[in-house]
Design a protein. Structure first.
Length: 262
């Protein structure tokens, strides 16, 4: 079940996505497990499991989630959040840490100027607090995967890519993005399910993707076990990565790592 369905965006002028010659011909599939929100316990465990298989985790955090002023927008953000001491530790261990909004508000429900203000606060806070963070190379991950063409275009003046709902930007029924073949900017579509445990749903999507002709599938996940909206189990994530590492035509990469190859 999708959190919310939004109007499909128009094509961004200058957006170039196609089959990229920069990828190994043997690797026809790329999978990004894109974890949102910044739950401290879950994100450390996610990183540990990825490291066990020589992988980098894709971690997207709410900029103000650790501050006393943060008000969880719903019950799914109630688990303890990490802070930028944690995010710098995980980044220094090789994992990708990217912005997932200032306060996890649904920006399409805000006045445009207020939405832009939230975006700017998020990116500015990352620049000041995350070591080595460069806005121009960032992937901004919309809260609720809620975006409009206006908000996407505003962000893409500053960042390398935005991640939003697949139903916003891909064709009807499409799930995987094509490989990027230019310097961007990029709009990435993702799939997200919840609110309860989604192990079975992830298994179905991954298996379907592996049996497809290929591309870049971005699955938007959250916490482990009981943390967050649509959690997956720790045991399932471990078994999934162990199995997928053996698929010779698949790479498992964070979003920013994929874009670095273009």
């Amino acid at each position: 079940m999708r959190r919310r369905k939004f109007i499909k965006s128009t094509a961004l002028a200058g957006l170039a996505i196609g089959l990229g010659a920069c990828y190994e011909k043997s690797k026809t599939h790329i999978l990004t497990l894109s974890f949102d929100d910044g739950f401290k316990n879950s994100f450390y465990r996610i990183a540990d499991i990825h490291e066990e298989y020589g992988l980098k985790a894709c971690l997207n955090v709410i900029a103000s989630g650790h501050l006393p002023s943060f008000i969880p927008p719903d019950k799914y953000q109630m688990a303890p959040m990490g802070d930028f001491v944690d995010w710098n530790k995980l980044k220094n261990r090789g994992h990708e840490v990217m912005p997932h909004s200032w306060a996890h508000l649904n920006l399409i429900e805000l006045p445009l100027e207020k939405a832009k203000e939230n975006i700017d606060k998020c990116l500015d806070y990352f620049e000041k607090n995350l070591e080595g963070f460069q806005t121009s190379e960032a992937v901004y991950n919309f809260a609720f995967n809620a975006s409009t063409p206006v908000l996407e275009d505003y962000l893409l003046e500053r960042v390398r890519a935005v991640r939003t709902g697949a139903w916003n930007i891909l064709g009807s029924g499409e799930k995987a993005n094509p490989f990027p073949s230019s310097s961007g900017p990029f709009k990435l579509g993702c799939l997200s399910y919840g609110p309860d445990n989604i192990d079975e749903r992830v298994e179905k999507e991954v298996n379907g993707f592996l049996n497809s002709s290929g591309g870049w599938l971005v699955l938007n996940l959250h916490g482990l076990d009981k943390e967050g909206w649509g959690p997956i189990s720790t045991n399932y994530l471990d078994k999934l990565l162990k199995r997928l590492k053996k698929v010779d035509y698949l790479e498992i990469l964070p979003s920013g790592e994929v874009l670095k190859r273009v």
